[in-house]
Design a protein around this ligand. Structure first.
Ligand code: SAM
Length: 310
């Protein structure tokens, strides 16, 4: 009997004839169903599979019903890269398609794969990317912090002096900062941060896409005092907002407004100064009106010792 399954019930994994080359496959950072259909196709069709942890990739393939068949699954990680790379490059040179996945998320992002991708490209092989989950971007999306410009910093150094120097180096960057940290060390970096900038708005993103996903927001000082920080579990991304610029001195604002009003209308001068100082336009407009009236008053007043002899 022929089963007429609705098309949505038919398996989505396709057996493709893949072009030769290295396929960098992003995998879920928690929820297994965050894998892309194309990632499953490539895992199903590549001639050779390579993984940071072969058991993790096997498990993911089992969840999604992708068979290994008689294909080789090689291990490629930081500790065996120098030995494993020539084997993979030789397979590429022989015309193979190789799918490479790290433990979770996007390979190369604080994960192995950079030298493999670089050497494959330098040897003239095609490198393909299968975009997908990445903890840094998932955290940025959820954080509520500005996403116009961000800097991913990997993991901070574990020792205290190096971590302090690392923070001092990056903390004033004009961008949202994103880094990974071990749950056991988050409270230490928050304490370091408090000594540099206790008001810095900070987000701790925990266990993204998993059952106990949690986003904790507040100033560095608030988070350092939060008892949850000492007992954090799971996987963590920390994000820092840009530093809040110090409020400008009133004299500085007045002087800039006067300069601008010398060649702009009151409205335009207030608009420009508001942008420059990051202050509310309406406040600067009111201030510009006052300065303008003062200016007019001075011009109307007769000069001391003027023609009328006063
Ligand atoms: N390549 C991966 C990526 O693109 O997401 C990151 C690999 S890095 C070795 C692992 C670190 O990513 C963890 O220690 C943690 O800081 C962060 N991470 C991974 N999965 C996470 C999750 N579900 N929630 C929060 N952070 C996560």
């Amino acid at each position: 009997m022929e089963l007429n399954l609705p098309s949505r019930l038919v398996a989505h994994v396709e057996a493709l004839r893949l072009d030769p080359g290295l396929y960098l496959v992003a995998t879920p950072i928690g929820t297994a169903r965050d894998i892309t259909l194309r990632a499953l196709d490539v895992l199903n069709s590549a001639d050779l599979l390579a993984a940071e942890d072969t058991r993790t990739l096997r498990h993911l393939m089992d969840i999604h019903g992708v068979p290994l068949r008689r294909r080789r699954l090689l291990s490629y990680h930081d500790h065996n890269g120098d030995r494993a790379r020539p084997v993979l490059l030789a397979a590429l040179a022989a015309g193979a398609s190789i799918a490479y996945a790290s433990d979770a998320g996007t390979p190369l992002v604080a994960d192995p794969g950079y030298r493999l991708a670089r050497d494959a490209a330098q040897a003239g092989h095609r490198v393909h990317v299968l975009p997908g989950p990445s903890a840094a971007l998932a955290a940025l999306s959820l954080s509520g912090l500005p996403s116009d410009r961000f800097l991913f910093l990997g993991f901070p150094p574990p020792t205290e002096a190096a971590r302090r120097a690392w923070l001092e180096q990056w903390i004033w960057t004009d961008a949202t900062l994103i880094f990974f940290e071990s749950p056991r060390r988050v409270n230490r970096i928050l304490e370091d941060l408090c000594e540099i900038d206790p008001n810095r708005y900070t987000v701790v993103a925990r266990e993204l896409t998993k059952k106990f996903e949690e986003i904790i927001r507040g100033s560095a000082a608030e988070l350092a005092a939060d008892p949850r920080m000492a007992a954090l579990k799971g996987e963590i991304v920390v994000l820092l907002d840009r530093a809040t610029p110090p409020a400008p001195e009133a004299d500085q604002v007045d002087s800039r407004l006067r300069d601008l009003m010398a060649h702009l209308s009151v409205r335009d001068a207030a608009k420009q100064a508001a942008e420059e100082f990051g202050l509310p336009r309406r406040d600067l407009y009111q201030r510009a009106l006052v300065l303008g009236r003062d200016q007019e008053g001075r011009q109307d007043r007769p000069e001391a010792g003027g023609a009328d002899g006063t």
